[in-house]
Design a protein around this ligand. Structure first.
Ligand code: SF4
Length: 490
């Protein structure tokens, strides 16, 4: 069987797809190579959320081919779904497989073992998303002309309907060595005017509750204490299932039926943050006090042009709900600056809104025109220099909000999970251990602790980007008291 390497790009959902693919390939007896250079096949799992994500993927493919022209490159992911012919034209690309047919990549790789390799090096595995019968053997397409589906057809068609929901936790990657991510929902039924995701991931689909529970049980039995639930639009979880399931009910079942110590929700749309959900978070210490709600803009005019379905006042009410019940919760937001037609007044409105509300961090994105989306056809573009300046102002505001939130935690006791030394907290300080609090703050705990310990920590100070804390009590399942040796992951 061939050796493979998966080169990952993109968001948690794309990384989860890569993890599922890796599980499929290992189950079939393939071997995962340590580096791309040591692999027979490299799967490049792409993102297309911005033009720079596209450029990164193209660069990576060019480098792979330059380093070793014999490597077979399979390109998959969101960019592969959006613009297959663009990728097929790159040197060294053997196949392009859209998200809709990603679960069939193992079959494609199987066929490689049997097929003569040489003549297919530049054959294009076309936009299989278009094909009505996904069981057609792959070799039927070798040499076929690329067919690019109009993006609108993807939205209205059923190309994703047969797409299996494969899920495997993402166990590696920055910040994830002790906090696996489990994707439980994919796709999106909304149509935000700037967003390409529904075109490349299809309609909302959910992993059935029983499978979610089983995956979480497996992870907790392996020793993981914190699990991050991710999805493209998590609040819509279960609406596609029969019988229909609700996200809140799923969380309750996970708490009842698994021993997971801490669940974290990666991101949720503001209108899905209901009183019930906030009460659920407030009623347990097993769900991290962390809400990440995309805002995008606080100008109602721009929100309408973006086809977002709430207005600033609705969003503010959700933040107030959280604050009332969980005054120390992390509240993060995505903001897009430079949407076509965004004026200085719109930008000032967004800054003032963010200033007023208790955000604890921001993710700021510059508007990027995505082909096929409604916003891409708008003519009133904001000049690049203006977008850059607005992004700088938003980031500076985000940093000052983060600093103020960190500072407000000094003197409090936070529950933290220790991380691997190479996970996201600054590792320059000796005899300290990086950790992450339930309210999503990076903490340097004085003392050496193994990764994956739950500790209560008294916050005694801060550095430029992290808090500093003294461990006061170990509350890991293995016992109570200061014990620097934690249970390792099995
Ligand atoms: S909710 Fe809007 S921004 Fe989020 S994935 Fe769906 S269409 Fe894109």
């Amino acid at each position: 069987m061939p050796t493979f390497f998966i080169e990952q790009f993109g968001c948690r959902a794309t990384q989860a797809d890569g993890a599922a693919l890796e599980r499929q390939l290992l189950d079939r007896g393939c071997t995962c190579a340590a580096t791309p250079a040591a692999a027979d096949i490299v799967v490049v799992n792409t993102c297309t959320v911005t033009a720079s994500a596209d450029a990164q993927a193209r660069n990576a493919i060019r480098k792979l081919h330059a380093a070793n022209p014999a490597i077979r490159v399979i390109v998959t992911g969101c960019y592969a779904q959006r613009a297959p012919e663009e990728l097929a034209a790159l040197p060294g690309v053997s196949w392009v497989v859209g998200n809709s047919h990603k679960p069939q990549i193992p079959q494609l790789i199987d066929s490689l073992s049997a097929a003569a390799p040489a003549d297919s090096a530049n054959d294009f595995f076309p936009a299989v998303a278009l094909l009505p019968d996904s069981t057609v053997p792959f070799h039927s397409f070798v040499g076929a002309q690329p067919i690019a589906p109009p993006l609108g057809n993807i939205l209205t068609g059923s190309i994703f309907d047969r797409t299996e929901f494969l899920s495997a936790p993402v166990l590696g990657g920055e910040g994830n060595h002790t906090r696996p991510t489990l994707k439980i929902q994919d796709g999106c039924d909304s149509r935000c005017s700037y967003c390409v995701i529904p075109f490349v991931r299809g309609k909302s689909r959910s992993l059935p509750p029983g499978e979610v529970i089983r995956e979480i049980q497996r992870l907790t039995e392996s020793g993981y204490r914190e699990i991050v639930l991710s999805g493209i639009n998590l609040g819509t979880y279960g609406r596609d299932l029969s019988p229909r399931a609700e996200f809140d009910d799923l969380l309750r079942r996970i708490l009842d039926e698994t021993a997971v110590e801490r669940l974290r929700i990666s991101s949720i749309e503001p209108l899905d943050v209901t009183q019930d959900l906030v009460d659920l978070f407030a009623g347990t210490d097993r769900i991290a006090q962390h809400f990440h709600m995309p805002l995008q803009s606080a100008s109602d005019r721009i929100l309408a042009a973006m086809h977002r379905w709430y207005r600033a006042e609705h969003y503010a009410r959700r933040v107030e709900l959280i604050q009332e019940r969980l005054p120390h919760a992390a509240i993060g937001a995505d903001v897009i600056t430079g949407f076509p037609g965004e004026t200085e007044d719109d930008h000032a409105t967004t800054l003032a809104f963010i200033e007023r509300l208790p955000f604890t961090y921001l993710h700021v994105f510059s508007f990027s025109k995505r082909p096929g989306t409604k916003a891409a056809s708008l003519s009133n573009e904001v000049p690049g220099t203006v977008i850059k300046r607005r992004a700088r102002e938003l980031r500076a505001l985000g940093e000052s909000k983060s600093a103020a939130f960190r500072h407000s935690q000094i003197g409090r006791t936070l529950r933290v999970l220790t991380l691997c030394a190479n996970d996201s907290v600054d590792s320059s300080r000796e005899n300290t251990t990086p950790a992450l609090s339930t309210n999503y703050l990076k903490v340097r705990v004085n003392g050496s602790f193994s990764a994956n310990r739950t500790l209560n920590v008294l916050i005694s100070g801060e550095t430029v980007t992290t808090l500093v804390g003294e461990p006061i009590l170990s509350c890991s399942a293995s016992g109570v008291g200061l014990d620097p040796v934690g249970a390792s992951l099995r």
